[in-house]
Design a protein around this ligand. Sequence first.
Ligand code: 5GP
Length: 183
Amino acid sequence: MSGPGGVGKGTVVDRLLDLDDRLWLSRSWTTRARRPGEPADAYVFVDRDTFMRRVEDHGFLEWTEFPGNGRLYGTPLPDPPAGRDVLLEIELDGAGQVKQRFPDAVLVLIVAPSPEEQEARMRSRGDDEKSIRRRVAVGAEEERRGRAIADHVVVNDQVDRAAAEVAGILSKHRAQPPASPST
Ligand code: 5GP
């Protein structure tokens, strides 16, 4: 799952995990600082040297420097329990990397109903004005790039509805395994 900052991806993910118990959420690593009030296990919070050592050890499925804040984010090589499907909540560059490595991965792009709504969400969770302005500016471009590579686009107009739509998309994909390359 991907989408521009402030579209409410995290809330949709939380709701989706309640709806679909086959999903297993990957916990990312990041070099950014923990936000006030953010759970300690939201990420594995590490310094840049520790992150780069894991890069050198080929320990990430994907990683990137996020243009919104210049910090590093990465998905450790997933080790889900048997029978579970891995859910990643990551920005677009990383999502593109995952699609390249796993062409049958399903990329759902979450978008905000409007840019005003997106800005208001970032403000309400306490992001600073400078980073809000920067992220809104890159948001439109990110949405455009996202629409070009996404398998599905879901508007987060209402979180329960959006999560239910994503759950429906996943059920359809499970019912129809991807065609083999020769077909
Ligand atoms: P935040 O700092 O607001 O938690 O996240 C910033 C951005 O990084 C969000 O778009 C989030 O989806 C993305 N992100 C979180 N974890 C990862 C990751 O492991 N890899 C990539 N590529 N992006 C991530």
